[in-house]
Design a protein around this ligand. Structure first.
Ligand SMILES: Cc1ncc(COP(=O)(O)O)c(C=O)c1O
Length: 383
C-alpha cells in the first residue's frame, strides 16, 4: 500500500474538490422523526409536528392499497413517466409534453439551475438568479450549488414583491440574470402573487419560475400552470408533498415550455422518479374527492388557527393562502417560544434573520393539533 498518498490524502482530496463546494457551509440537516422523538422523550404519535408544512392526514387510503398491491418493485421505473405524465396532464389541464415529474419539486429546481447557469460565481463571473427573500431557501441553495450567483431583491415589509426592484436588477445586472424565482403562495408568509404582477414580470428577458407548491390551498383558480404553453419564459413547479400528503415519497413535477423541457430530457437522471412515488401519485390522482375534502379541512383549520393566534397579545398572525400561518412574536423572542413549545411536544418553525426577525411559522394541522398548540401557548403564561 503506498504510504505517501495516504498520509497526504486529506488535503490532497480537498484540493480536488470544486473550490466553491469545498468552502461552502454545511446546511443543518432536519432531524429524523425517530431521533426527534427520542430527544424530546415522547412517542412519535405524541408529537404535534407543525414545523414543515406536511399534511398530517397522510396519503389517501387508495395510495396505501396501491402500494401494497404493486407487484413490480424489482423492475426499473419508466424513464418517460408516461402514465404519470398523462394523469398529470388531466389534473393540471396542460398537454403532457409540457410536464416533467421529479424527485420532489426540489429536484426540478436543481435541474433548472444546472440547465441555465454557467458556473463561475466563486471567481466573480458566472450566471445569476434573482431571488426574493424571505422565501423558500432552496432557490439560493441550488443556484449556489450550480456555481451561480444569487441576486437578492428583498420583499417589502408586508412580504409583497419589490417589482420595480426586480425589473431594475434584471435590466441592469451584467451579465443579465437568467432565472427569476417566485413563489405563490410564498413560503413562509403564504401570500399570493397577483396575475397582473406576474404578467408584468413575464415581460422581462428572464425565465420566470413560479413555484406553486402550496397552490391547492389557495382560494379560487389562481394557478398559472395553464399559461405555460403560450408563454415561452414561464415555468411552473408543483408537488404532491403538501396537498396529497406524499412528502416522504418525493414526487413533484414541472410544467415547462417545449423549448426548455426538450433540454431537460437530455440530462435528467433516467430513473429520477421511483416506482413507489409513481404508484402513489397515480393513486392520489384517482382519489381527488377525498384529498380535496382534506384540503378543505386544512384550509378551515388554517383560518381557525389564525383567528385563535390573534387572541394572544404576543402574537401577530398574518393572513395566508397556504397550509401554514406566519406569525410575528411581539415582546418575546421567537426562539424562546419555539423552544418552550418543543418542550411540550409541539414543533413549529422559528426565524430570526433579516426580514424575518422574530417570526414563527405554524403548519395547519388537524383540529386536535391546533387544540394542542393553543393549549401549549396558553400554558406559557405570557401576558
Ligand atoms: C415553496 C416550496 N417549494 C418546494 C418545496 C419542496 O417541494 P418537494 O417536497 O416536492 O421537493 C417546498 C417544501 O417545503 C416549498 O416550501
Amino acid at each position: 500500500m503506498p504510504d505517501e498518498p495516504i498520509r497526504n490524502s486529506q488535503s490532497a482530496i480537498r484540493n480536488l474538490i470544486r473550490p466553491d463546494i469545498a468552502t461552502m457551509e454545511e446546511y443543518t440537516p432536519v432531524q429524523p422523526f425517530e431521533v426527534l422523538s427520542q430527544r424530546l422523550g415522547r412517542a412519535a404519535e405524541a408529537i404535534v409536528k407543525l414545523d414543515a408544512n406536511e399534511n398530517p392526514y397522510g396519503p389517501a387510503p387508495r395510495v396505501m392499497e396501491a402500494l401494497s398491491r404493486f407487484p413490480w418493485y424489482h423492475i426499473y421505473p419508466d424513464p418517460q413517466q408516461g402514465a404519470l405524465r398523462e394523469a398529470l396532464a388531466g389534473y393540471v389541464g396542460v398537454p403532457e409534453e409540457h410536464i416533467l415529474p421529479g424527485h420532489g419539486a426540489d429536484e426540478l429546481l436543481d435541474y433548472l439551475c444546472r440547465l441555465f447557469l454557467l458556473p463561475g460565481a466563486s471567481s466573480g463571473s458566472g450566471d445569476a438568479v434573482v431571488n426574493c427573500p424571505p422565501t423558500f431557501g432552496m432557490y439560493s441553495f441550488d443556484a449556489g450549488l450550480s456555481g451561480g450567483k444569487v441576486i437578492d431583491v428583498p420583499r417589502h415589509e408586508d412580504f409583497s414583491l419589490d417589482v420595480a426592484g426586480i425589473e431594475a436588477v434584471v435590466l441592469s445586472a451584467q451579465p443579465p440574470p437568467k432565472l427569476l424565482f417566485l413563489t405563490s403562495p410564498n413560503n413562509p408568509d403564504g401570500s399570493l402573487i397577483s396575475h397582473n404582477t406576474l404578467r408584468r414580470l413575464l415581460k422581462l428577458p428572464i425565465v420566470v419560475v413560479v413555484d406553486e407548491a402550496y397552490v391547492e390551498f389557495a382560494a379560487g383558480d389562481v394557478s398559472v400552470a395553464g399559461w405555460v404553453p403560450e408563454t415561452p419564459n414561464l415555468v411552473v413547479l408543483r408537488t404532491f408533498s403538501k396537498w396529497a400528503g406524499l412528502a416522504g415519497l418525493r414526487l413533484g413535477y414541472g410544467i415547462f415550455p417545449l423549448d426548455i423541457i426538450q433540454h431537460l430530457w437530455k440530462f435528467k437522471q433516467p430513473y429520477n422518479v421511483n416506482v413507489a412515488a409513481t404508484v402513489a401519485g397515480l393513486a392520489s390522482l384517482e382519489e381527488l374527492p377525498l384529498l380535496r375534502q382534506r384540503i378543505a379541512s386544512l384550509i378551515a383549520e388554517r383560518e381557525r388557527l389564525r383567528d385563535e393566534l390573534a387572541k394572544f397579545s404576543f402574537l401577530r398572525p398574518l393572513p395566508s393562502q397556504a397550509n401554514f400561518v406566519l406569525c410575528e412574536t411581539l415582546c418575546v423572542p421567537a426562539r424562546q417560544i419555539h423552544r418552550a413549545l418543543a418542550e411540550q411536544g409541539v414543533l413549529v418553525r422559528y426565524y430570526d434573520k433579516p426580514g424575518l426577525r422574530n417570526y414563527i411559522r405554524i403548519s395547519a394541522g388537524r383540529p386536535s393539533d391546533t387544540d394542542a398548540l393553543l393549549q401549549a401557548l396558553t400554558s406559557l403564561g405570557i401576558e
